[in-house]
Design a protein around this ligand. Structure first.
Ligand code: CAO
Length: 571
């Protein structure tokens, strides 16, 4: 075993920086230049890479520790390396800083180059009138990406107030203003690539230091007092008289202007997923956002329990329906056509029910990953039984319908496959132990869904009777909210009308809906011959977040078996 010490390299003028992330643990195999820890000052974070490949023996720092150049980061077992590598190891252990320097100066850690460069000062070119603020010397790296713009036009900018955040693949850094004044014009936007000398902003109404106004164009050299500003060397000053003024100290700690705490690698990860860090709470020290936080946030958004501001702004189904405008969904606008150009037309307002149900249907269609399975059930015997029953009970005034049998059969299937009787609640499922079955009713005002409560505890006659009453109330517009709420599963039957199959939309927060069409006689092979059988088309739509295709197929098969031989309900 050959163990070397890995120390914090020359990080420029940083006096002390805080360890905010440990990226490796004992036992991990690391590559040369792999990031080991993330450190942060009040203005920048950077990852400290390993100078060698090896296996981490022992971590010598903890989260929250203050480190500086030369602080011991970890012990690395470099045994098994090539001879050449071993030689580097030897020199590294003798002179860690020098051994690390080439690694730091490599392309993979560009920000460290800036940080290792001799500290000098940030510069802005100012005049009596507008002041140009440019990107200072940020070391060897080129084309860094603007990842955040921290100010707006019209803002009063303080000296050294951060204007933008730039990021390489290893570090993020805020670029402070070298002058104070009102922001007249911003010259960069998020995703722009910037280089030394690029114009960032134009300030007006500058209150320069007394000596800084002597000439029309004056370079103000702000001697940075904060670590990161000090690490950003000077912009090449224009050929003009220069005056040195002391800049105020940065406010230590905290994320300026609400910038979320996160390491560059986490920021990059979040950006790749499109996760808005500003809307997240971090679980790390001082609210720092970790990779695990980003993953958890993403899962919550996918589950629909968290909505980002962007989604909330874009997905407004009700408004989109009301405005009849796809732009509300982030789509191209709905076509606006003057139909009168093509022939006579009449405009009629949609009913209130249609507007409300439309908004709900749109949300459910957009938000639920829905799949529909189609199947047929042999109801030859059941229909014969239903007709006979109705004949026998002609005088009762209650007509038993196929839908009543379907409700009862569905309850049996829901009992056997309880996830169909559940609802999503974040990452959990609420399994309902009641069986309230909604049924879609076609009314002159639009679609309504009355609910048969506790269908498991009711017989076919009672269900048929209640259904008749509720359907009548629906048609008369007399359903109470209570009679339309609480369904755990819904059936939409078009059997009295016609059609073969359709794809019903789930009635959220339910997770499945059964569509039924008109039964018809069909030749069914019994193994020896085709038999004329009365077949009922079933279309089961289910939420794929909760239910799998196999479960849906089983549900339909089981439903078919019950409808084929209703005695199974008793089992
Ligand atoms: N196959 C063949 N015939 C069927 C059948 C089926 N699946 N379902 C019902 N029928 C028959 C009935 O037996 C009845 O015939 P008879 O008058 O000869 O007895 C006739 O069709 C009419 O039935 P119904 O529609 O009045 O009764 P129901 O219990 O089947 O349905 C209700 C009640 C309220 C669900 C229904 O009237 C209705 O509104 N259906 C429309 C639902 C809807 O719009 N769904 C779409 C939602 S998505 O937009």
């Amino acid at each position: 075993m050959s163990v070397i010490e890995i120390k914090v390299p020359d990080i420029g003028d940083f006096a002390e920086v805080t360890v905010i992330e440990l990226m490796v643990k004992p036992g991990d195999t690391v590559r040369a230049e792999q990031s080991l820890i993330t450190v942060e000052s009040d203005k920048a974070s950077m990852e400290i890479p390993s100078s060698h490949a090896g296996v981490v023996q022992e971590l010598k720092v903890q989260l929250g520790d203050k480190v500086k150049e030369g602080s011991l980061v970890l012990m690395l077992d470099v045994a098994g390396l090539s001879a050449a590598a071993a030689a580097r190891v030897a020199s590294a252990s003798l002179e860690p800083k020098q051994a690390l320097a080439p690694v730091i100066a490599s392309d993979s850690a560009p920000f460290s180059v800036a940080l290792a460069a001799p500290a000098s000062a940030a510069v802005a070119t100012v005049s009596m009138g507008p002041v140009e603020v440019r990107v200072p010397d940020i070391g060897d790296f080129k084309n860094v990406t603007v990842i955040e713009v921290l100010v707006n036009t019209g803002d009063a900018i303080r000296l050294e107030q951060s204007l933008i955040t730039v990021e390489s693949d290893k570090a993020a850094m805020e670029i402070p203003s070298a002058a104070a004044g009102v922001l007249k014009e911003l010259k960069v936007k998020v995703s722009d690539k910037v280089n030394i000398g690029d114009l960032l902003a134009i300030l007006e109404g500058v209150a320069p230091a007394a000596t800084a106004v002597a000439a029309p164009v004056v370079a103000v050299v702000a001697v940075a007092s904060a670590p990161v500003a000090a690490a950003i060397p000077a912009l090449a000053a224009p050929a003009a008289p220069t005056t040195t003024v002391a800049s105020p100290a940065h406010t230590p700690g905290g994320a300026p202007l609400g910038l979320p705490h996160a390491s560059p690698s986490v920021r990059k990860f979040a950006r790749e997923l499109g996760v808005p860090l500003a809307e997240m709470k971090g679980s790390g020290p001082k609210g720092r956002i970790t990779e695990v936080d980003v993953q958890a946030f993403t899962r919550s958004v996918m589950a629909g329990t968290v909505q980002t501001a962007a989604i909330a702004a874009q997905v407004k189904p009700a408004a989109a329906v009301a405005a009849n405008d796809g732009a509300g969904l982030g789509l191209i606008p709905w076509p606006k056509v003057d139909f009168a150009k093509f022939g006579p037309v009449e405009r009629k307002e949609m009913s209130r029910i249609k507007k409300i149900s439309g908004a709900n249907l749109l949300r459910n269609a957009v938000m639920i990953p829905a799949v529909t399975n189609h199947d047929d059930a042999d109801i030859t015997d059941l229909e014969a039984f239903r007709v006979a029953t109705n004949k026998e009970n002609e005088k009762s005034g209650v007509k038993v319908t196929m839908l009543a049998f379907l409700i009862k059969a569905c309850v049996a299937a829901l009992k056997k496959y309880p996830e169909f009787n559940s609802s999503l609640d974040g990452d959990a499922l609420i399994y309902k132990q009641y069986y309230h079955i909604g049924f879609a009713a076609d009314t002159p005002n639009g679609l309504m869904v009355p609910v048969i409560k506790d269908a498991d505890k009711k017989g076919i006659f009672q269900i048929s009777q209640e259904m008749g009453e509720l359907a009548k109330k629906a048609r008369d517009g007399k359903l109470s909210p209570a009679e339309m709420s609480g369904a755990s599963f819904t059936i939409s039957s078009l059997g009295g009308i016609g059609g073969r199959y359709f794809t019903p939309i789930i009635n959220a927060p339910e997770v499945a809906i059964l569509g039924v069409c008109k039964s018809s006689m069909a030749p069914v092979w019994d193994g020896k011959a085709f038999q004329p059988r009365l077949m009922l088309p079933l279309s089961l739509t289910w939420d794929h977040r909760v239910i799998d295709g196999a479960a849906a197929a089983r549900f339909n098969v089981y439903l078919g078996q019950i409808l084929g031989d209703f005695r199974r309900v008793l089992l």
